[in-house]
Every structure is written in structure tokens, then in C-alpha cells.
Write a protein that binds this ligand. Structure first.
Ligand code: ATP
Ligand code: MG
Length: 552
């Protein structure tokens, strides 16, 4: 985290010094409700709400709903839930671009009256041809010379539904020779005879992004309109509309969008993953969506911390996804209760511990947090331990179970491993047998023994079955959408989800509620999934305990 200001903060401090807008700061977060929000949006949310908060300003939530075909109420609702979950509050400042359709229409009329806009009956292809190329000036449309009266008449006919889709558009009259392609008479309105999720069938013409966005900023008197770099070339047009209309001078500032390694971030691609069922939904824990990260077990704090650490860049870059993983690990280490769960259970019998005897072992919920208290975990002569914690012939440096070896059962006793009983037909281990050392009980150990290994366990009689879903990255390639001529789906990791249906957990796990987060000792951080039902719980692995040091 840097103490120094990011470039947006520098701009704001300068504006405050100059007394611009009477010291008022108003930002906005402007999602298009055509998909679920992802971690890139989270960056933008943290930035917009963050700087406003820092300088005593406010932030509007504005849905940019100018494309009726792709937008849905489901997305509006998920977006609100996600922004709230991240910890931000827009109060009563919730708006929709569609709230301003009447006003935008008036703005268009004003430009027509000023001779700065015209109805163009050229076909879409003709308009594209007229635009020219970055190295060649465009050519003017034959309809560019229409009179103000004719344009007013035609534009109102567009609005009345007299024309069909694609028959004509309203264009700004700027400069077909401008070196900036966006200034070559951009389209302001097009005809779309589509039902809108808020305005119904009232409109058959819809404003283009460039004519909607800046004007909405201005209507709301946004002081700092922060967007991603790809809009840098749109800025002259943003300012041209504001100047021509003589409306509130919102100003646009661009920062580099967040790109993450091993991740795709475009909504279109995320939608493909959902629709083509590579994942189970927008909130699949492998998705980089906010709802996916939430289900995976990420905390809002960890995401805000991540947004903070990556800073605000002016140039495109790719952030290593392991930084995001680091942030959640840091937070969960502080807050998660430690539980014992055995993922590949094998029986361990303690020969010298009486049948039917049960001791309650006191276990700290979280050694990192003195306030977290403790709980009791039952211990008996029949336990489950991890299959990989036994080796018939130990390799060098193996300090767990092997015949003749001593090991500590976490929070309980030191045991001596005697032998493993195997099935004569399959060779599989049926049970490991051991003896315990009564004076070695954790917290009151007088045995004087020093053992190098500690393993976790669960009492067999008290164990509850749980399902563990072990996630890996969804893509095997660092930049799945960065390969010319290859589809990003070619790089999907076939092993991104491994299901362990019969892990054994200590009984208190039954009190977990959806969304609760744990550290399962030695296994990783886990979060209870809403797929759980009474008596059978499903846990998503949020992240490993340590950075596994996979190739960056
Ligand atoms: P599209 O316009 O293709 O549907 P989008 O990702 O631009 O997708 P919007 O809903 O328009 O989605 O984005 C809302 C806000 O979030 C915009 O201000 C946008 O600049 C910002 N944003 C989107 N993606 C990122 C990203 N990867 N990093 C940072 N900000 C982003
Ligand atoms: Mg967008």
C-alpha cells in the first residue's frame, strides 16, 4: 500500500485547492446491466467510492441501460447486491441512464437546432465507409447538408417509429477529417424497436454510449468521471457534446483496466463460460465475478485490500492472480476458525485406549485471535487420519506415521505407530494401529518426548461426512485470451474442480452457516457452500494455506 497519492487523487487535490465546483466531489460507478460484475469492476468500484469517501464526496450508482436487447433486471439486482457486499453505499443516489431519455432527446433537438446534428439515411455499411481510416480522412455523407427543419422533422419521425431499424440514424456534425475517428460525425441515436426493461415500449430510438454517458454525468453534476483507458480517445467527443450543449462540465479521467493472469475478464467471455456450461453459473467459485469470489470464500475486506495494493495505473498491465490469493490468505489467517477435517480418511486404532471412552479436547478456535475462544473436540480410540500420513517405509525426513515412529495427534496425545493392517486381497490399508502415551496430552504433557511431526485427526464415531470442492485456476495459461487466432476456451483447465465427496470432519462443523469460512488444518481455507443441506455439508476451497509457487 502506497502512502503517496495516485494520479486521480492528485487531480482531485489540485481541484480542491483551486476551489473547483466549490470543493464538491461527486463520482459515479456506471455499470451496464448486461452481466455480473467481476473483479475488474470491483477495482473501479473501490476507486470511485474510495476517492469520494477520502475527500468527503459522494458516489452515484448509475446503470448505463441504453442497450435494451442485452440488459435485464436480474443483472441490475446482482450488481446492487455486489456493490453493497463490497461495503459501499450509494444512499439514495441510484440512477438509470434511461431516467434521462427525455432529457437526452431534448439535448439532441438542441444540437439539431444549432446545425450540429443531422439525420442520415446512409446504410450502416455506407457510414462505415464514409468514416475512412486512421490514416485517411473520411468523406461527408450526402445527407449532411439537410436543413434544420428537415432534420427536426425526420428525427421526430424516428422517434414516432415511422422508420425501420437501420433505415436512418442521428449523427453529430463535427469533422469528417478529424484525426480522431470518434469525431467523424459519430452516431448519436439509432432505431431499435426493442422492449426496454424500464421504459417498456416508450422508445424506439436509443442514444449511443457516447451521447448518453457524458450527458448523464453532466445531468448528475459528476465532477470526476473515472473510466478505463479505452475511452481516452472518446474524451474529445465527451467534451465536445458538453461544450456544444453548454451543460455542467463533468471531466473524464482514464486509468488502466485491471487484467489478471490466468483469468478472462470480458463480460462477453464470462457469459460464454456460463452459457456453454464450462462453469455452473455466474457465481461458480471459479469465476472472477464478485458473486463467484464471494461463493469461493473471499471476503469484501480482501478484495478492497487487493484493489488498494494494485494501485491506479495509467498503463495497461497484468496483475498476477497470486496477489489476489495472497490478500484472501492474509485476511482468513486472521479471522478463520481452525478445524480438523480429514480429506482421505484411513482408520487409526489406538490399542491401549479403552473402548467407549471419549475425552473432550479443548481446542483454540483461532490461535491468531485471542478473542475467538475455544471449543471441545471428542477423542476416542478409533480415529480417521489422512492416508498420506502413513508410510510403510518412511523416506528421509518423513516424520509422520510409520511402524515404530512417534507423532503428535494435534490437540491430543503423542502416539507410537505399531503397524498397518492390510487387506490380504487388495493390499489396501484397513487400519493403522498405534498406542498412545497417556502423559503426553496437549497442554499437560509431562512425557518429556519430543516429536517432529503433528497430524490432524477426527474421531470416527463423531465424524460427519462433508464434501470438499477443491478448485484450481480455471485456465492453464497465463493469458488465455492473449493468443492470436486461438480461442480462450482452448486453455480451460480440465482439473479446475476436484470433488472429494466423503471427507470426515469434526462434529462442530455442523454449526457452520452458508458463507462461514474456516481453515481446515493442513488442507487450506474453506467456505461453506449454499449447496449444503441438513447433515451434509459442502465446502469450497477458497485458497491453499501457502502460495504453492506455481509458475507465475
Ligand atoms: P462491456 O461494456 O463490454 O459490457 P465493461 O466491462 O466495460 O463491459 P461496464 O458495465 O460498462 O462493463 O463497466 C462499468 C465500469 O467498470 C466502467 O466504468 C468500466 O470502465 C469499469 N471496468 C470494467 N472492466 C474493468 C476492469 N477490468 N478494470 C477496471 N475497471 C473496469
Ligand atoms: Mg462498458
Amino acid at each position: 500500500m502506497s502512502e503517496s497519492l495516485n494520479f486521480i487523487e492528485e487531480i482531485i487535490e489540485r481541484d480542491l485547492e483551486e476551489g473547483k465546483h466549490g470543493g464538491r466531489i461527486l463520482t459515479r460507478f456506471p455499470p451496464e446491466p448486461n452481466g455480473y460484475l467481476h473483479i475488474g469492476h470491483a477495482k473501479s468500484i473501490c476507486l470511485n467510492f474510495g476517492v469520494a469517501d477520502k475527500y468527503g464526496g459522494q458516489t452515484n450508482l448509475r446503470f448505463d441501460d441504453t442497450n435494451p436487447e442485452t440488459e435485464e433486471v436480474e443483472y441490475v439486482e446482482s450488481i446492487m447486491a455486489d456493490v453493497r457486499w463490497l461495503g459501499f453505499d450509494w444512499g439514495d443516489r441510484q440512477f438509470f441512464a434511461s431516467d434521462y431519455f427525455d432529457q437526452l432527446y431534448e439535448f439532441a433537438l438542441l444540437l439539431i437546432r444549432k446545425g450540429k446534428a443531422y439525420v442520415d439515411h446512409s446504410s450502416a455499411e455506407a457510414i462505415a465507409d464514409q468514416k475512412g481510416s486512421p490514416t485517411q480522412p473520411g468523406i461527408e455523407s450526402p445527407y449532411r447538408i439537410r436543413s434544420v427543419e428537415e432534420n427536426l422533422d425526420l428525427f421526430s419521425k424516428m422517434k414516432e417509429g415511422v422508420f425501420e431499424e437501420g433505415e436512418c440514424v442521428l449523427r453529430a456534425k463535427i469533422d469528417m477529417a478529424s484525426p480522431n475517428m470518434h469525431m467523424r460525425d459519430p452516431v448519436m441515436y439509432r432505431i431499435k424497436k426493442a422492449h426496454h426493461h424500464r421504459t417498456g415500449d416508450k422508445w424506439v430510438i436509443y442514444p449511443m454510449y457516447d451521447f448518453a454517458h457524458g450527458q448523464c454525468d453532466s445531468i448528475e453534476k459528476i465532477t470526476h468521471s473515472i473510466c478505463t483507458l479505452e475511452f481516452e480517445n472518446h474524451r474529445p467527443l465527451y467534451e465536445w457534446y458538453i461544450d456544444q450543449l453548454g451543460i455542467f462540465p463533468s471531466r473524464q479521467y482514464e486509468f488502466a483496466r485491471l487484467n489478471l493472469s490466468y483469468t478472462v475478464m470480458s463480460k462477453r467471455k464470462l457469459m460464454q463460460l456460463v452459457n456453454e456450461q464450462y462453469v455452473k453459473g455466474w457465481d461458480d467459485p471459479r469465476m472472477p465475478t464478485i458473486s463467484g469470489l464471494r461463493r469461493r470464500g473471499y471476503t469484501p475486506e480482501s478484495i478492497r485490500d487487493f484493489a488498494d495494493r494494485i494501485g491506479v495505473a495509467k498503463r495497461e498491465n497484468i496483475i498476477d492472480v497470486s496477489l489476489l490469493e495472497f490478500c484472501i490468505r492474509e485476511h482468513l489467517n486472521k479471522i478463520a476458525y481452525r478445524f480438523m477435517v480429514v480429506q482421505q480418511p484411513v482408520k487409526l486404532r489406538i490399542l491401549n485406549y479403552e473402548d467407549g471412552r471419549v475425552e473432550q479436547m479443548e481446542v483454540l478456535n483461532n490461535p491468531e485471535d485471542p478473542e475467538a475462544g475455544s471449543r471441545l473436540v471428542p477423542f476416542s480410540n478409533e480415529l480417521y487420519v489422512e492416508a498420506e500420513d502413513y508410510m510403510e517405509i518412511p523416506t528421509k525426513g518423513y516424520f509422520r506415521l510409520y511402524p515404530g515412529g512417534l507423532v503428535r495427534l494435534k490437540n491430543a496425545y503423542i502416539i507410537r505407530c505399531e503397524k498397518a493392517v492390510t487387506n490380504p486381497h487388495t493390499g489396501e490399508i484397513e487400519e493403522i494401529q498405534a498406542t498412545y502415551i497417556p502423559e503426553s496430552r496437549s497442554g499437560q504433557d509431562t512425557s518429556g518426548l519430543h516429536v517432529k511431526g503433528t497430524i490432524h485427526w477426527v474421531s470416527a464415531e463423531h465424524a460427519v461426512n462433508t464434501e470438499l470442492r477443491i478448485y484450481d485456476r480455471l485456465f492453464t495459461d497465463e493469458s488465455p485470451d492473449g493468443h492470436e487466432g486461438r480461442d480462450f476456451k482452448e486453455f480451460i483447465n480440465p482439473d479446475s474442480l476436484k470433488v472429494i465427496p466423503y471427507a470426515k470432519a469434526e462434529p462442530d462443523i455442523l454449526s457452520a452457516k452458508a458463507g462461514d469460512r474456516y481453515q481446515f488444518l493442513r488442507l487450506g481455507y474453506f467456505c461453506l457452500d449454499p449447496d449444503s443441506w441438513e447433515g451434509y455439508q459442502v465446502f469450497n476451497r477458497t485458497v491453499t494455506l501457502k502460495d504453492t509457487g506455481k509458475k507465475k
